[in-house]
Design a protein around this ligand. Structure first.
Ligand code: SF4
Length: 716
C-alpha cells in the first residue's frame, strides 16, 4: 500500500488529506491529523473524494476537435489539436490583434497552471485577456483589501479562531460551505461558552441556527447594518482612537457618514429589531478577539466593494487587526483562488500582486520573461466582459480551462448564445460532465486531482504541495503541460522549456523577491518536508523552518498574521478607513417581478457538480433542485409544498419544485446554483434568472439579487 499526503481540491479551507492506495488500485482517504488547517477532520465532500477519481466513466480521454459547429467531435492527436488551436490563435492575432483571444481559467487550477497561462497571454501574446471564475466569488474582497490595507492580503489565519471571542459571520454559510472551519468555531465555542457568534444573512441557514444572534437583514442592506454598528461603536466608546491616530486615515469622514442614520432608521431599512443591532455592537465592542468572516453575500454584489469596506472599517476603528484573534477574514470559495491571485491570474493583475496598469511593474515582467512583445497597459476583459465581447464578435476565440461557464455565469442564456456564435472555443477539462464541452471546437483532456503535481494556496495564505499519485487515464495531460506544449506550437518554446511543474514554481518564486508576497524561500523540497508554508516566506526564513503555536504544537513555518506591527501596505503605511454610502444598486423589483432571488450552494454539492455529481452518496442530501419560498409568498400565489413552479425573471425562467419555509424572509426566495443540463436540464439553471450587473470596481456579478416572480406550473 502506498501512502500520500495531499490537499482537498474542493474549497478554500484547504484540508490536508492522507490518501492510501491499495495494491488493487482502491483509494481511501482520511483527514491528515498533522495538518494545521483541518487537524484530521474532513467534511462530506472531502471524505468522498476517492469516488471522483476512481469513477472514470465520464472522463475525457483523448483530444477531440470538429471542423464545423454542426460536425461531430472527432478524436485527434495532441499535436493535431494544439497545432490547429495555435494556427487559429495566430491567424486571429495577426488579423484582429492580441485582444481577439482570451483565456478563462479557474480557482481549481494549480498555481503553476495559472502562472503559465498568465505568462503566455500577457508576456508573449501581448493581451491581458485572462480572467478566472474566482472573479465570480472573491474579486470584491480583493479590491476591498487593496483599498483599505494597501494590498490583497488576508491578514489572519485559522488559528485566530481559537483566539477570538466574537465571530461576525456576514453573507456566508460556513456550516455548509466551509464546514471544517465551522467545526473549529463550534468546538471553540463549546469549550468557551462566553464566545458569541453573530450571523448576518437574509436566510436562516445552518450557520444562523447555530449562532447566538441571527440578523436576517433585507437583501442589499449589509452596509446599512455595518455603518449602524460603526455608529454604536463610536457612541459607546468602543473605538481605539490611538490606533486610528497612529495607523489609519479617514475616520472623520467615516464618522460623518455613519452618524447620518439612527439605529432605528437603520433597523427599519434592514428589516430587523434595533436591539439586535445594539446587541451585535455591544458584543463586538466588548470583545477581546473580533473575527469577521464573509464570502459571497458581501462579494457577489453590485456594491460588493463597498460592502467589504464597510466591514473592514469595523476592524480599523476598533484597532482589531494584526492581533491574535482579530481581523477581517474573507474566506475563499475555491481551493486555489488565493494562489491564482498571487501569480496575477486576473485581467488587471501581474505576478506577486503587481498591476498591469503600472508601467514599472510591466517593465519588470517584460525583462524577467524576456517578452517578445510590449505588455498591454490596460486591464483585459474580465469574466462577464469576455462573454459579452464574444457575443459582440469583439472577442473571437476563448480557451476555457476547468470551469463550466454554461452553468456558472450570470445571465447564462446570453453566455450560451455567445458560446454558440463564437468563432472558436477551446475547452480543457477533466470530464464531459462540464456542459461547456458540448460547445467546444477543440476539447483537451486534462489530468484530475491526484493525477498531477503542483501547489495551491488556501484562504489563510497557506501554500500546500500536491503530489502526483496516479497516472491520468487515456491521453489526459496535466494542465501545465498542455499550456507549455501549446506555447511551443505558438513559437515561444525558448521561454517555455519546462519539463516539470517544480521548474515553473521556482521561476515564479524569483519574481516575488522583495514584494509583500515574497515566497523566495519556498520550494517543492521544503513543501514536501514541512507540508505547508504560509506566505510571505522570503529566502532568509528558510533557516527558521519550524515554529510552535500557542498549544506548543510544532507547525510549519511562514507568516501566520500580517500587520502585527500595524504598518500597512499602503503608500503611507496607514490603513484607509472609507466612508461608504449605504445604497444598493441591484436590479429593481416591480409589479411584474416583485420577489428577490438569491442563489447559493447546498451542503454536499460543489459548483456545477462536475465532481460531486459523480458521487451518489452526496446526491442524497438534496437530490433535486428546488426553490425556497416563504409560506406567505407561496400562499399569495397559490403554491403548495412540493409543487412544480415557474420562476420567471427578465432574462429567463426556471422550473423546479417549491420548498415552503420561513428560513427565507418574506419577499425573498432561494435557488441552489449547482444544476445544469448534464445532470438535469437547462430549465433548472439558476443563472437563467441572474443578471449581468457587476460591481464597477471589482467587476464581480450581483448573483445575490435578481428580480423574479414565481407562479404555479400549469400544463400547456
Ligand atoms: Fe475539502 Fe473544504 Fe471539506 Fe475541507 S472543508 S474537506 S477543503 S471541501
Amino acid at each position: 500500500m502506498s501512502v500520500h499526503q495531499t490537499t482537498c481540491c474542493y474549497c478554500g479551507v484547504g484540508c490536508g488529506i492522507v490518501v492510501r492506495q491499495e495494491p488493487n488500485g482502491r483509494l481511501t482517504v482520511e483527514g491528515d491529523k498533522q495538518h494545521p488547517s483541518n487537524r484530521g477532520m474532513l467534511c462530506s465532500k472531502g471524505l468522498n473524494l476517492p469516488y471522483t477519481v476512481m469513477d472514470q466513466s465520464d472522463r475525457l480521454l483523448y483530444p477531440q476537435m470538429r471542423l464545423g459547429r454542426s460536425m461531430p467531435l472527432q478524436r485527434v492527436s495532441w499535436d493535431a489539436a494544439l497545432e490547429r488551436t495555435a494556427a487559429v490563435f495566430r491567424t486571429l492575432i495577426q488579423k484582429y490583434g492580441p485582444d481577439s483571444v482570451a483565456f478563462y481559467v479557474s480557482g481549481q487550477s494549480l498555481t503553476e497552471e495559472y502562472y503559465l497561462v498568465n505568462k503566455l497571454i500577457k508576456g508573449f501574446i501581448g493581451s491581458n485577456n485572462i480572467d478566472t471564475n474566482s472573479r465570480l466569488c472573491m474579486s470584491s474582497a480583493v479590491v476591498g483589501y487593496k483599498l483599505s490595507l494597501g494590498e490583497d492580503a488576508v491578514p489572519v489565519c485559522y488559528d485566530d479562531i481559537e483566539e477570538a471571542d466574537v465571530f461576525y459571520v456576514q453573507g456566508a454559510n460556513p456550516a455548509w460551505c466551509h464546514p471544517i472551519l465551522w467545526r473549529r468555531i463550534e468546538a471553540h465555542k463549546t469549550a468557551n461558552p462566553h464566545v458569541k457568534i453573530i450571523c448576518v444573512d437574509p436566510r436562516r441557514t445552518d450557520t444562523a441556527r447555530s449562532s447566538d444572534l441571527h440578523l436576517p437583514i433585507r437583501p442589499g442592506t449589509d452596509i446599512v447594518l455595518n455603518n449602524a454598528i460603526g455608529r454604536l461603536l463610536i457612541e459607546n466608546g468602543h473605538i481605539d482612537p490611538d490606533f486610528m491616530l497612529d495607523h489609519t486615515d479617514g475616520f472623520p469622514a467615516y464618522r460623518e457618514q455613519v452618524l447620518q442614520r439612527t439605529t432605528g432608521e437603520a433597523a427599519d431599512l434592514c428589516g430587523i429589531e434595533p436591539n439586535a443591532i445594539r446587541q451585535a455592537a455591544a458584543w463586538i465592542g466588548r470583545s477581546k478577539g473580533f473575527l469577521s468572516l464573509w464570502t459571497m453575500g458581501l462579494n457577489q454584489s453590485v456594491v460588493g466593494v463597498n460592502k467589504n469596506l464597510s466591514l473592514i472599517n469595523l476592524h480599523l476603528i476598533t484597532g482589531r487587526i494584526g492581533k491574535p484573534g482579530n481581523g477581517p477574514f474573507s474566506l475563499t470559495g475555491q481551493p486555489n483562488a488565493m494562489g491564482g491571485r498571487e501569480v496575477g491570474g486576473l485581467a488587471n493583475a501581474l505576478p506577486a500582486h503587481r498591476e498591469v496598469t503600472n508601467a514599472a511593474h510591466r517593465a519588470e515582467l517584460e525583462a524577467f520573461w524576456n517578452s517578445p512583445v510590449r505588455m498591454a497597459p490596460q486591464p483585459g476583459l474580465t469574466a462577464t466582459e469576455m462573454f459579452e465581447a464574444l457575443a459582440d464578435d469583439k472577442l473571437k476565440a476563448i480557451w476555457i480551462i476547468n470551469t463550466n461557464p454554461l452553468v456558472s455565469m450570470p445571465d447564462v442564456n446570453a453566455v450560451e448564445k455567445a458560446l454558440k456564435t463564437a468563432r472558436f472555443v477551446v475547452v480543457q477539462d477533466v470530464s464531459n460532465r462540464a456542459d461547456t464541452v458540448a460547445l467546444a471546437d477543440v476539447v483537451l483532456p486534462a489530468a484530475a486531482w491526484l493525477e498531477k503535481e503542483g501547489t495551491m494556496t488556501n484562504a489563510e495564505r497557506r501554500i500546500a504541495y500536491l503530489p502526483k499519485v496516479l497516472d491520468a487515464p487515456g491521453e489526459a495531460l496535466p494542465d501545465a503541460e498542455i499550456i507549455w506544449r501549446f506555447a511551443h506550437k505558438m513559437g515561444f518554446g525558448d521561454s517555455f522549456r519546462y519539463t516539470k511543474p517544480a521548474e515553473v514554481y521556482q521561476e515564479y518564486t524569483q519574481i516575488t523577491a522583495g514584494t509583500n508576497v515574497d515566497v523566495t524561500g519556498v520550494n517543492y523540497e521544503l513543501l514536501r518536508k514541512n507540508r505547508t508554508i504560509q506566505w510571505p516566506f522570503p529566502k532568509k526564513e528558510i533557516a527558521n523552518n519550524e515554529v510552535k503555536n500557542p498549544e506548543n504544537r510544532v507547525i510549519p513555518p511562514g507568516t501566520q498574521r500580517l500587520f502585527t506591527d500595524h504598518r500597512f501596505y499602503t503608500a503611507n503605511q496607514r490603513a484607509q478607513i472609507h466612508a461608504v454610502p449605504d445604497g444598493n444598486a441591484s436590479e429593481p423589483t416591480d409589479e411584474d417581478f416583485p420577489l428577490v432571488l438569491t442563489t447559493g450552494r447546498i451542503r454536499d454539492q460543489w459548483h456545477t457538480m462536475t465532481k460531486t455529481g459523480r458521487v451518489a452518496k452526496l446526491g442524497q442530501h438534496s437530490p433535486q433542485p428546488f426553490l425556497q419560498i416563504h409560506p406567505d409568498d407561496a400562499a399569495q400565489r397559490g403554491i403548495r409544498e412540493g409543487q412544480l413552479v415557474d420562476v420567471r425573471g427578465r432574462r429567463g425562467e426556471v422550473r423546479v419544485r417549491a420548498q415552503l419555509t420561513d428560513d427565507v424572509r418574506p419577499g425573498l426566495c432561494f435557488l441552489p446554483m449547482h444544476w445544469g443540463k448534464i445532470l438535469a436540464s437547462n430549465q433548472v439553471r439558476a443563472n437563467n434568472l441572474t443578471n449581468a450587473l457587476i460591481d464597477p470596481r471589482s467587476k464581480e456579478p450581483d448573483f445575490k439579487f435578481s428580480a423574479v416572480e414565481v407562479v404555479p406550473y400549469r400544463k400547456p
